[in-house]
Design a protein around this ligand. Structure first.
Ligand code: GTR
Length: 326
């Protein structure tokens, strides 16, 4: 009897869900490389809840997490063609498409997470969001990407010298390739989803990322030395396909923009918790964390990266404005 009741309950619940789902006139398909529960995934889900509430269930968001729709570079392309409506990605893979995203991908451009927030919440952030539009995307909001540090399976990196000749995976952007060359290492650009097995099989020695990604990807299981050099703070972006955007009424566009904006505080809170939780988890798993690291030589080595990539007046101006932000 109890089982019957449970079954009936489950049937009713799924019928209710089906009704709710069919009530959505528009379902926006959203991509994320991270697993369910990751702060960026939860932030976009929250955005969806807000949108649904505010449009009386007319507009819904369906989040495809865990790279179900593909690796970031490919999903960025699919978003341009409207196959994917919403996409949460790092700004790194956008570098070769939207020039302005390069400035926030420069090593040591931000003094820390707070500085990054002040810049991205201000006029520089607004200008970068707007820069997506001519390329077929509507920039909606920035999320946190933490500080990225090096990890590898060979030895603890205690100075630049230890990076000499090491094969290190980077995100697919020329800036990161040049960054690694400037540090004396061999950069291997590849999709995020290939990193685990590439470390395991020795195709690469290591990679670089923030605490939550290092943990959730399981990379700490195969690369147990993590050096807190914090060379990059690359914010992440939530974009919408311009093709999908243009199908919405102005009122709905405003609702989407506002819901994306309102997901940011949720994201930031979750990010802070996850950073701590991930750090605890990998430390408990026995990862050797190198905290005593002189960042000065790393910073000094980056001059050539700035010289090579910050060439246009537009980018020079953006870099100057970031540096002038307190
Ligand atoms: C993560 C970021 C992802 C992805 C990944 C990578 O920190 O959240 O969007 O860019 O890094 O290294 O490819």
């Amino acid at each position: 009897m109890k089982l019957l009741k449970t079954l009936a309950g489950a049937l009713l619940a799924s019928a209710a869900l089906a009704t709710a789902a069919s009530a959505c006139e528009i379902t926006l398909k959203s991509s994320d490389t991270h697993p369910d529960g990751y702060p960026t995934v939860e932030a976009v889900k929250h955005m969806g809840t807000l949108l649904e509430e505010r449009t009386n269930g007319r507009i819904c968001v369906e989040v495809f997490h865990s790279a179900q729709l593909g690796q970031e570079k490919d999903t960025i392309e699919q978003t341009k063609f409207g196959v994917i409506d919403l996409n949460r990605v790092s700004m790194g893979p956008f570098n070769n498409l939207v020039e302005e995203t390069k400035v926030v991908s420069l090593p040591y451009i931000f003094k820390g997470a707070d500085h990054m927030h002040r810049v991205m919440d201000g006029p520089v952030g607004q200008d970068i969001l707007a820069a997506f539009e001519p390329h077929g995307y509507v920039g909606l909001a920035f999320f946190d990407g933490g500080s990225r540090s090096f990890y590898n399976k060979v030895k603890p990196i205690k100075s630049i010298d230890d990076l000499e000749g090491m094969k290190v995976r980077v995100m697919q952007s020329d800036i990161f390739v040049d960054m690694m060359s400037a540090l004396g290492a061999n950069a291997t650009p590849m999709p995020y989803g290939e990193v685990y097995s590439s470390i395991q099989t020795g195709v690469i020695d290591g990679a670089e990322n923030n605490w939550p990604s290092y943990e959730s990807s399981g990379h700490y299981e195969v690369a147990g030395y993590y050096t807190l050099d914090e060379h990059l703070i690359v914010p992440e972006v939530l974009v919408m396909s311009k093709l999908s955007w243009d199908k919405l009424s102005e009122e709905d566009q405003n609702a989407v923009r506002q819901a994306a904006k309102d997901s940011v505080p949720v994201m930031r809170e979750q990010w802070q918790q996850r950073e701590k939780a991930s750090e605890e988890k990998v430390r408990a798993a026995g990862v050797e964390v190198i905290t005593e690291i002189d960042k000065e030589p790393f910073m000094a080595a980056m001059d050539s990266v700035y010289e090579k990539h910050v060439t246009s007046d537009k980018l020079k101006d953006l870099v100057a404005r970031i540096r002038a932000t307190d």
